[in-house]
Design a protein around this ligand. Structure first.
Ligand code: LFR
Length: 488
């Protein structure tokens, strides 16, 4: 075997999103990464009795199928890492048995708790100062508080709270750990340290013994134990939060100056920082001080994202089925003047011409088109006339949402950004990238790559000591990818 071959490493990234999951093998050789998607499957929460749930055994079945395929195609598979969307969790007993169903974060059960906290200014400020996470309907804090309040006996039967990547890591390796980047999405982690905020857990009446001190990403948990066919494959705790993984994949300038957007179901707009962004104005701007796998901060704002577009197209029965069809729809939207007239500059008022992306009606409506039309009607603005019109309005609105987040960061963190880097599904959407450049006044560098999978694999390579650290990975990786640049 040649020296080059002996250095070839294959790592499997299990990357679960709210609407689809995939298993992607990253092959690292000669300081280059090649991705091979070996399994992809749709994901959706299911409803029963007015509540929304994830199918955890179904997800596990798909993960196993994907890993078997990975091992079949890459017999020398070295490791596996799991990342998922944030905040959701599995309550288990000491033996790892599931003792409570996993609710999906869009379940409306958290609405009363959300309102209660919003109406209690002192508690809201205290919790933001303690955790750096604003009051958002999906927070694990609100979800767990609702679970304990509505089913108090759960505290007798659950002994551990494992967040989704933690739970799948447990199924794979037999080890129960909480990983830091994911823990930082819960609104339960101490923003100034790396352990849980006891005062916040107490506020929500959540048992502190459900958690263990979070471990950092890049930690090798041990060999796969549950699946004999994966013998010898190591389980690495990667940044379990998909957004943290996507941020790690950013080919950023080491000197800083880049604002990141991970664009998928949500648009996560943020940057890397040694310090959190806190205080009353940061709370009002809904800045989340989430964490990078190594413990540093990634202050970010969650803009509603392509969920708005996906759900609208579903309503219009116009969802394109291929890249070609997407291209056609985007082209038609580009060709449009805006149906919603630009009658006033945005900053000023409620009759601004883009959608207010923070509208709570967009969270989980029965009809997204209905929710959009209702907002426009309230503001006495005409509804778009056709699918292309909705696409145009939505992309312009998201672009504006991205620019608003940028301005808040510049003001509150005292930063000046030079470029916007965008990865994820939205990086392929010309209209969205251009709208972001136009609204922000900055060049947008769009990288068509599976950012979450790349960050997941980077962490495995670091854990396996095949790559020194994230800076080294980015240095190599940025040489192999090309940006499409959109100028303002
Ligand atoms: C993106 C994401 C966001 C998080 C949202 C809910 O997939 O992880 O970062 O805020 O999902 O968990």
């Amino acid at each position: 075997m040649s020296q080059k071959n002996s250095k070839t490493i294959h790592c499997a990234a299990v990357d679960l999103g709210a609407t689809s999951g995939r298993v992607i093998v990253g092959t690292w050789a000669g300081n280059r990464l090649v991705l091979t998607e070996v399994h992809r499957f749709p994901n959706a929460f299911k409803s029963a009795g007015g509540h929304d749930y994830w199918d955890i055994p179904g997800l596990w079945t798909e993960i196993v199928a994907g890993l078997r395929e990975a091992k079949r195609r890459f017999p020398a598979l070295a490791s596996v890492g799991v990342d998922t969307w944030g905040v959701d969790h599995v309550l288990v007993n000491d033996a790892g048995r599931i003792v409570f169903p996993t609710h999906a974060y869009r379940d409306s059960r958290t609405q009363p708790g959300l309102q209660r906290l919003a109406n209690t200014r002192a508690a809201l400020e205290r919790i933001y100062a303690a955790t750096g996470i604003p009051n958002v309907f999906y927070n694990s804090s609100l979800q767990l508080a609702e679970t304990v309040a509505s089913c108090p006996a759960v505290t007798d039967i659950a002994t551990r709270c494992l967040f989704l990547p933690d739970y799948f890591n447990f199924l794979l390796s037999g080890r129960m750990e909480n990983e830091l980047s994911f823990a930082s999405t819960t609104q339960l982690l101490d923003v100034h340290g790396r352990d849980w905020s006891r005062a916040t857990l107490d506020h929500f009446h959540i048992p502190a013994n459900w958690f263990s001190p979070p471990i950092l990403a890049n930690t090798v948990l041990g060999p796969v134990t549950g699946l004999p066919e994966l013998k010898g494959v190591k389980v690495v705790a990667v940044p379990g939060h998909d957004t943290a993984a996507a941020y790690d994949a950013m080919p950023a300038y080491p000197a800083g100056g880049d604002l990141y957007i991970s664009s998928g179901t949500w648009s996560l707009v943020g940057f890397e920082s040694d310090t959190p962004v806190l205080g009353g104005e940061a709370l009002a701007a809904r800045i989340s001080n989430e964490r990078i796998g190594d413990g540093r901060y990634r202050p970010l704002t969650n803009v509603i994202g392509l969920w708005l577009l996906e759900q609208t197209l579903k309503d219009l029965a116009a969802r394109p089925q291929s890249d070609k069809e997407w291209g056609k729809l985007i082209k038609a939207a580009e060709a449009l003047g805006r149906d919603v007239p630009r009658e006033r500059p945005r900053a000023s008022s409620s009759d601004a011409p883009t959608l207010d992306c923070t509208d709570a009606a967009f969270v989980n409506p029965t009809s997204m088109r209905g929710a959009i039309d209702a907002q426009l009607k309230k503001r006495k603005l005409p509804a778009p006339k056709n699918p292309a019109g909705y696409v145009r309005l939505i992309c312009d609105s998201l672009g504006q949402g991205h620019a608003d987040a940028l301005r808040n960061f510049e003001k509150l963190a005292g930063r000046k950004f030079q470029r916007i880097l965008i990865v994820g599904g939205g990086s392929k959407n010309r209209l969205l990238c251009q709208a972001t450049a136009t609204a922000s006044g900055l060049p947008v560098h769009a990288f068509t790559l599976e950012g979450t999978a790349v960050g997941n694999i980077a962490s495995q390579l670091i854990g396996l000591k095949a790559v020194k650290n994230l800076a080294t990975f980015r240095e190599h990786f940025s040489k192999q990818i090309k940006a499409t640049i959109y100028n303002p």
